[in-house]
Design a protein around this ligand. Sequence first.
Ligand code: UD1
Ligand code: CA
Length: 457
Amino acid sequence: MPENLHVIILAAGAGSRMRSSLPKVLQPLGHQSLIRHVLETAQSVNPDSIHVVYGHAGEQVRAHLADAPLQWVWQKQQKGTGHAVEHALQQIPDDARVLVLYGDVPLLRKETLEPVLSQPQAVLTAIVDNPTGYGRIVRQGDAIARIVEEKDADAREKAIDEINSGILTANALKLKKWLRQADYANQQGEKYLTDVVAIAAAEGRPFMAVPVADSDEVAGANTMAQLADLERIWQNRQRHKLLQAGVRMANPESVIIRGQVTAGCDVFLDQGVILQGQVVLEDGVSVGPYSILSDCRLSKAATVHAHSIIEQAHIGPEASVGPFARIRPGTTLGAGSKVGNFVETKQTTLGAGSKASHLSYLGDAIVGEQVNIGAGTITCNYDGVNKHQTIIEDGAFIGSDTQLVAPVRVGKNATIGAGTTLTHDAPAEQLTLSRVKQRHVPDWRSPRDKKAEQENS
Ligand code: UD1
Ligand code: CA
């Protein structure tokens, strides 16, 4: 990469064609905003500094990137891409090399910038099926004579299928000089960055055209329809990476990835799986249809059945989750454990081989190994102000429909009778139950019986 490289990211536009209250460069693509994608690309070429031109909804954009080491350039009025670059150049030394990136062109890869930066002065172009809306490249051999914006183009120029990506590189001093010569005499009354190309060519120093191999990389997001196209391209890239890594997918098109996924061998993703944040899927993991996994680790041969939601949790080896389970933050499921349908867990550890197969809530609980949690068991962990813990020791058997009023402890191998409301600790090895004795009322007459009697009398 060239010495003394300064990147300018243009991000001041209103993005009015989006028809959204969110500034265009903050619209999401995959797991992060458009501008974050562009920032990653900028950082990948190791520049001396990165200058972001901001304007429309500027404070929101600045706040969004508060953690990044950036030079901020305020463009009060959005008078065009040339006007924006001129602003940024004020704080860039004359001898610097400049690379201009667009905040709304997020799919660009480092590998694609390399041939651009290997030229002293070049524009990244693309041959596309539908050039509508883009600036057209008027060639002069390998160099560019001028770039014509769609709105300023005549019929012959509109027929050109090589377009301007917007991405260009040149020396800072030259850009400063050429931008001073550029004017506002065009359909949009703006100062176009693209005008420097004709000015340079007239001086006998034309920009080289560097065509991109895959035109998807320079696609811009001006409308929601275009943003949706970019999302599709992005998702395809992510799925492709997983398929390359050996993940099997029932229907790749239906799998959505919004984050970093690491996958081992023989991992299977069924229809409609969504993976978010940092997700680790170890060897042999299988994820059932329409499950959502966020920031979690699934150990070897763990199985997630249909329609389950897992967030900030660790699922142990050969453990089984769902269908219809909700595993909330702070859950750790031990090896071979099972959480079945309509079970919710939060801040809970379930030991190896323990099972909560049906309709339970386990919150703030430490459950030992080989514990059986009967259907309808609830940890009453919240008193309206504080959260309290439930501890269930190894081998305990919790009968169905038990309420464990925390803080409470169930000892080793204890059995809790069905329907118990446990308000005190249950001793190890014993049966504990709180239950009203069952009785029978032989001479009881139901309202229906009474009504029938009245009618007959
Ligand atoms: C621009 C190019 C066009 C190219 C296309 C590629 C010009 C004149 N046209 O058109 O040749 O094919 O990109 O996507 O350069 N911006 C500012 N300040 C401004 C104006 C724009 O920061 O005053 C920013 C926008 O936020 C955006 C970028 O510059 O990130 C491009 O602006 P936009 O209005 O989207 O340009 P296009 O019409 O797409
Ligand atoms: Ca654009």
